[in-house]
Design a protein around this ligand. Structure first.
Ligand code: MRU
Length: 352
């Protein structure tokens, strides 16, 4: 569900999506920490509240955090803030999470618009960040759905749908579009340890969309592939390097290794705002390290539990890097690119 309030030529109009509502005066985000059991909205109009929501994953998903931060800054400017206050809020939000480059890209667009202390264009650029993501999701869905045949089993990891973007999504948008075209698809949803975005969020979205799916633990994906139950893998991305290596939720790399072993096509799906030409390859992508307690146990609307001694050392990189060698093709809003095209520099060649 994507709803744009009025004509797209207006500079500031209400907009809403599955996980975000901006009514012109205030910005609300759906608290994704409480899904699937509770749908609670948070007023995140204040940049400090928004920063906390991004850092704690109340609002999450690479494109969505970029849009949410941009609209928050748009509201701040509409409230008449001074250029210094705008830049301080932009710096705060820009540093909230390090891996998803969409966040930095969106804020940098606003900072560029405010060069010379003229803030008059910031709000309309912020609105454009929203509209741009809707259009990019739609284009990715169209390109990606062409790869899906009737009767396909698909594995996906983490959450890459309407809860991670303001449009139909990236990888989940492709699946959604294929389903809407009348193709029979069955989705195997990796639960996605440690924060369970697959089990809590993707299963919630697929149920609402009426798309057949089966929840599996991450370690079961190889069993599904070996049994021939999945013919393709679609995943999102938080940052794609110049050579096609990409970062996504931890567990994506092992899924790619298993898919390659079973010769099952593996496709990251990402908008152009996720591509970072400044990163030559995956080694240059900063990987967020999160609190070890996320691995020692789990917390959510169900309460909290710890399953190991409190003092147990735990490793918690939030993302991993999948090398382009394991990619069949990258689906973007500008088309689908094979691993060979990626290796030969197609992303730089198509840069604006
Ligand atoms: O830590 P999260 O939940 O923000 O991680 C999200 C992902 O890894 C998604 O796959 C990614 O943002 C791309 S999908 C739009």
């Amino acid at each position: 569900m994507v709803c744009v309030g009025m004509s797209t030529s207006a500079t500031w109009v209400p907009v809403s999506s599955m996980a975000l509502r901006m009514d012109g005066e205030r910005l609300f985000i759906l608290d994704q920490r409480r899904l699937p059991d509770e749908e609670r909205w948070i007023d995140a109009s204040n940049p400090r509240v928004m920063e906390d929501c991004i850092r704690t994953l109340a609002v999450r998903g690479a494109p969505l955090i970029g849009v949410a931060a941009a609209l928050c800054l748009g509201l701040l400017v509409r409230g008449g803030c001074a250029p210094d206050a705008f830049r301080a809020a932009a710096a705060l939000l820009r540093a909230a999470r390090p891996t998803a480059v969409n966040l930095m890209a969106a804020i940098d667009r606003l900072l560029a618009a405010a060069a010379g202390d003229d803030l008059s264009h910031v709000a309309s650029i912020a609105l454009d960040v929203f509209l741009d993501d809707v259009a990019r999701c739609d284009a990715m869905a169209t390109h990606g759905a062409a790869l899906v045949e009737d009767g396909t089993g698909v594995i996906t990891h983490c959450n890459s749908g309407g809860l991670a973007t303001v449009g139909v999504g990236t990888a989940l948008g492709v699946i959604h579009r294929a389903h809407a075209q009348g193709k029979r698809v069955h989705v195997y949803v990796d639960e996605t340890r440690p924060l369970l975005q697959g089990g809590r969020l993707t299963a919630w979205e697929l149920r609402r969309l009426g798309i057949p799916h089966t929840l599996i633990t991450d370690s079961m994906a190889a069993v599904i592939l070996r049994a021939g139950r999945a013919q393709r893998v679609f995943v999102g991305s938080d940052r794609v390097a110049r050579n096609g290596d990409f970062a996504n939720k931890v567990g994506t790399y092992s899924l790619a290794v298993a898919a390659a072993h079973h010769r099952v096509p593996f496709h990251p799906v990402a908008p152009w705002t996720t591509i970072d030409l400044a990163c030559a390859d995956g080694d240059a992508i900063p990987i967020e390290q999160r609190d070890a307690d996320e691995v020692r146990g789990a917390a959510g609307s169900f309460g909290s539990v710890r399953w190991c001694p409190r003092e147990t050392e735990a490793f918690n990189p939030s993302f991993d890097v999948t090398p382009v060698a394991l990619v069949t093709s990258l689906v973007t809003d500008r088309g689908v690119f094979s691993a060979d095209e990626l290796r030969s520099g197609v992303l730089s060649a198509l840069a604006d």
